[in-house]
Design a protein around this ligand. Structure first.
Ligand SMILES: *Cc1c(COP(=O)(O)O)cnc(C)c1O
Length: 399
C-alpha cells in the first residue's frame, strides 16, 4: 500500500482522537526515523520524550529479545527476576525507597494519588482529603489523572470528575499557600511542565512547596513522566533543586519504548499508605517491562547519559537562543537540559508539519510553543542539522 492508502485505512479504523501528521513510520535507527517510502527524518520528538536511547540500540534490543524467549508475563501473584533488578536500579538512581510498576504514566499518577489519599486516611482515620494541582499541568487522560490536569478544555466534557482538587498558579508559591487546608493531602506538580508549554519550576517555588509540605505533613508528588530519566541532565529533574519528593511518577523514557510507568515512594509514605488489597495491576511490572527498565538504567549509567546531556544541552540552548535573536516571531526559549521550548507567534502545528517536509520531527506544546525533546544520545552535529532544517521552515514565515 502507498502512504495515502495507509492513512485512509487508519482514519477509517481508529477512533479519531488525534489529528496526525501525514507520515507513516516504518523503522528507526539512532536518532533518525524512516517512513514507508524510505525518507529519513531527524527526530527531535523521540515519540514524545520516550526514545531516550534513540532507535534500535543493539544492547537494549538484545535484552528484550532474550526476555521474549524466556517469559513475557507472569502476573504479580509470583516474583520475577527482571523486575527485581529494575526496581533496585530505579530506587538507587532516585534515592526513593519503594516502587510500584504500572503500564503508563497516567496509571503512575493514579497510583500516586491513591497512595497520598491512603496516607492521609491512615493518619487521620477519615477520608475526604484534597489535592492541590497546578494550572497548565498535564497528568494524563483517565478520570483521576484528568481531575488533576489544569486544562479546562481537556476536563470539561467529562465532568463530574474526582472532587477535592484545586489548582494553583505554577511558580507562584503564595497561590499554593492560599489553598492549603487541614484537608490537603498532597501537592502535585511536574518538575518541568511539559504539555503546558515547557515551564521549569523555579527553585524558590519547588523549595518553598517542599517546606510547606513538611510544615503541614502534606505529601509532595512530583510528576517526572516527561522530564525524568536523564532528560534535564540529572536522572530526575528534582535532583537539580536539592529537594526530594515523597511520591514520584515516572514513565515515557523509563522503558524507552516498552510501555511502562512507575510510582515511587519513600518509606515514610509506604508505612502509612498502600497495603495488600489496596492497589493492583495484571500487567504492571511484568518480566518484559522489567527487562526493558533494567537495561535502560544500566545503559544510561554506564554511558553517563546525564553527563552527555549536560554537555550537549548548552549547545542546543545556544543555537535556539540564536533563533530567538534572528526571528522576530520567536519570542522566548524555555527549558532545562534536553526538554526545550520556543515560544512562537506563528501557528506552531503548521511549522511542525512543514518541518516534516524538510525531514525534521519537532512537536508542539501548549498553544504556541515548539517543543524539542530529542533522544538523549544526540550529538552537536544533530543539533546543527536540526537548526539548518528548522531555519528553512522558519525563513518561510519571516516577512
Ligand atoms: C505523557 C505524560 C503523562 C501521561 O503519560 P501516559 O503514558 O501518556 O499515560 C503524564 N504526565 C506527564 C507530565 C506527561 O508528559
Amino acid at each position: 500500500m502507498n502512504k495515502n492508502e495507509y492513512m485512509e485505512e487508519a482514519e477509517a479504523a481508529l477512533v479519531h482522537t488525534y489529528n496526525r501528521y501525514g507520515l507513516v513510520i516504518d523503522h528507526g535507527k539512532g536518532v533518525y526515523l524512516y517512513d514507508t517510502n524510505g525518507k529519513e527524518y531527524l527526530d527531535f520528538a523521540a515519540g514524545i520524550a520516550v526514545q531516550a536511547l534513540g532507535y534500535c540500540n543493539r544492547e537494549y534490543n538484545e535484552a528484550l529479545k532474550n526476555q521474549v524467549d524466556r517469559v513475557l508475563h507472569t502476573s504479580n501473584l509470583y516474583y520475577n527476576v527482571p523486575i527485581i533488578e529494575a526496581a533496585n536500579r530505579a530506587l538507587t538512581a532516585s534515592g526513593m525507597d519503594r516502587i510500584f510498576f504500572t503500564n503508563s504514566g497516567t496509571e503512575a499518577i493514579e497510583g500516586a494519588i491513591k497512595a497520598a489519599k491512603k496516607y492521609a486516611y491512615t493518619r487521620d482515620g477519615h477520608a475526604g482529603h484534597e489535592i492541590i494541582a497546578m494550572n497548565r499541568s498535564f497528568h494524563g487522560r483517565s478520570l483521576g489523572a484528568l481531575s488533576v490536569t489544569g486544562n479546562e478544555h481537556y476536563r470539561e466534557p467529562f465532568g463530574p470528575l474526582m472532587p477535592g482538587v484545586s489548582f494553583a498558579e505554577f511558580n507562584c508559591l503564595e497561590s499554593v499557600e492560599e489553598l492549603i487546608s487541614e484537608r490537603t493531602c498532597a501537592v502535585l506538580l511536574e518538575t518541568v511542565q511539559g504539555e503546558g508549554g515547557i515551564y521549569p519550576a523555579s527553585e524558590e517555588f519547588l523549595c518553598g512547596i517542599r517546606k510547606l509540605c513538611d510544615e503541614h505533613d502534606i505529601l509532595l508528588i512530583l510528576d517526572e513522566i516527561q522530564c525524568g530519566m536523564g532528560r534535564t541532565g540529572e536522572m530526575f529533574a528534582w535532583q537539580h533543586y536539592g529537594v526530594k519528593p515523597d511520591l514520584m511518577a515516572c514513565a515515557k523514557a523509563l522503558g524507552c519504548g516498552v510501555p511502562v510507568g512507575a510510582f515511587f515512594m519513600t518509606e515514610r509514605v509506604a508505612e502509612k499508605s498502600l497495603q495488600p488489597g489496596d492497589h493492583g495491576t495484571t500487567y504492571g511490572g511484568n518480566p518484559f517491562a522489567g527487562a526493558a527498565v533494567s537495561k535502560v538504567f544500566e545503559i544510561m549509567e554506564r554511558e553517563n547519559i546525564t553527563g552527555h546531556v549536560k554537555e550537549v544541552a548548552p549547545y542546543l540552548e545556544k543555537r535556539l537562543d540564536a533563533l530567538v535573536e534572528k526571528y522576530a516571531f520567536l519570542t522566548a526559549r524555555r527549558g532545562l537540559g534536553l526538554i526545550q521550548g520556543l515560544v512562537c507567534e506563528k501557528p506552531v502545528s503548521e511549522i511542525a508539519a512543514a518541518a516534516i517536509c524538510q525531514g525534521l520531527l519537532v512537536i508542539t506544546a501548549g498553544t504556541n510553543v515548539l517543543r524539542f525533546v530529542p533522544p538523549l544520545i544526540i550529538e552537536k552535529k544533530h543539533v546543527d542539522e536540526m537548526i539548518e532544517k528548522l531555519e528553512r521552515v522558519l525563513d518561510e514565515y519571516n516577512e
